[in-house]
Design a protein around this ligand. Structure first.
Ligand code: ATP
Ligand code: MG
Length: 337
């Protein structure tokens, strides 16, 4: 018998539309691997709720925006299952079983969650839901028995946490779950337009995949560059300069990028020209995405069907795993069935 096709699970929080960081960190790999892997892409609304519980009404509209972004970058709805997290209640059940397999000390060490808590500055203390979301994320990955998880760098502690939980589960109850591997994007952490370490919806430093031309131009022309350079004739720094990080990630004209870097280092090109060329390159990259997004947005009923069908197929896969999980844990009380 042929080995079963391997699976991918990854996802995004519906806290807004997707941006360039998502593309290089994860979406690109999803598109490239969609024909080799059985792929499940989770719109993680329950996870988004952990820091948006005061405004749950914000999530529904963003579920649609994120689904449109998936279709716009070329995920094929015939192959890839787009799954809404809250519509798979089995995920909550597995999360509860997993809570026994993680210690408080381990959760408290997670560097990504620590940083996110610092940024959010929760007024009434850190909600347990937010602090423990890596456990529910481990359930997301494990329930789909994913082998590979295409993610950005900030997610590495989550994948490591998932691997530990899976090992512990399998050791205690029997080999049911799969130990997943992270697959980092070509650019594992794209900086923000403000020069901040990470482009992130929560930090308002993004260029969105669906942004119109004028918005992209405005963001690019006001981008942070090399703070040590005052005049265009001063030699500039390419390393650590977000404008060049974006050129490296998105400009398909490699010769132009090499030439601009050389001139920048010598002080023979100004920031304005470097940014104008970046804007042109981003337009080449974004216009087909924008066009596909617009075409799908004209057919909301079709998008709805894609998400409903993806979620149905995703839930079936999750239920199959949960049958095995309950049996392994001796929780399948047939006597009451
Ligand atoms: P939020 O601020 O709501 O957390 P986000 O912009 O961090 O939003 P997520 O939905 O948390 O986006 O992340 C989804 C996926 O995209 C993850 O795999 C994450 O690693 C990846 N990702 C997000 N931002 C970047 C970035 N700037 N560079 C590379 N990958 C990124
Ligand atoms: Mg995030």
């Amino acid at each position: 018998m042929a080995a079963p096709i391997k699976r991918i699970l990854t996802g995004d929080r519906p806290t807004g539309p997707l941006h360039l960081g998502h593309y290089v960190g994860s979406l690109k790999n999803r598109v490239e691997l969609q024909h080799q892997y059985d792929s499940y892409i989770l719109i993680a609304d329950l996870q988004a709720l952990t820091d948006n519980f005061e405004h749950p009404e914000r999530l529904g509209g963003n579920v649609v925006e994120v689904a449109l972004d998936y279709l716009a970058v070329g995920l094929d709805p015939e192959r890839v299952k787009i799954v809404v997290q809250s519509m798979v209640p089995e995920l909550c059940e597995l999360t509860v079983y997993f809570m026994n397999l993680v210690t408080v000390a381990t959760l408290e060490r997670n560097p990504t969650v620590k940083e996110e808590i610092r940024q959010r500055n929760f007024q009434r203390g850190v909600p347990v839901g937010f602090w423990s979301y890596p456990i529910s994320q481990a359930a997301d990955i494990a329930i789909f028995k994913a082998h590979l998880v295409p993610v950005g760098e900030d997610q590495l502690p989550m994948i490591e946490q998932t691997r530990e939980i899976v090992r512990r589960f399998n050791a205690l109850y029997g080999r049911v779950l799969v130990e997943p591997k992270a697959l980092l994007g070509e650019v594992a952490r794209l900086p923000g337009t403000d020069g901040g370490a990470k482009m992130s919806k929560s930090l308002n430093n993004c260029i969105y995949l669906g942004d119109p031309t004028e918005a992209v131009q405005k963001r690019v022309m006001s981008m942070f560059t090399d703070p040590t350079r005052i005049h265009p004739t001063d030699p500039g720094h390419v390393e650590g300069n977000p404008v060049f990080a974006y050129h490296d990630a998105f400009n398909d004209d490699r010769a132009e990028v090499a030439e601009l870097k050389e001139r920048y280092r010598k002080g023979t090109v100004g920031d304005v020209e470097v940014k104008q060329r970046l804007f042109a390159a981003l337009e080449r990259f974004l216009s087909p995405i924008r066009e596909r997004r617009r075409a799908f947005a004209e057919h909301p009923e079709r998008v709805r069907e894609i998400v409903v069908e993806g979620t149905r197929r995703g839930r079936a896969a999750a239920q199959a795993t949960m049958d095995e999980v309950r049996a392994a844990m001796r929780l399948n009380y047939t006597v009451f069935a």
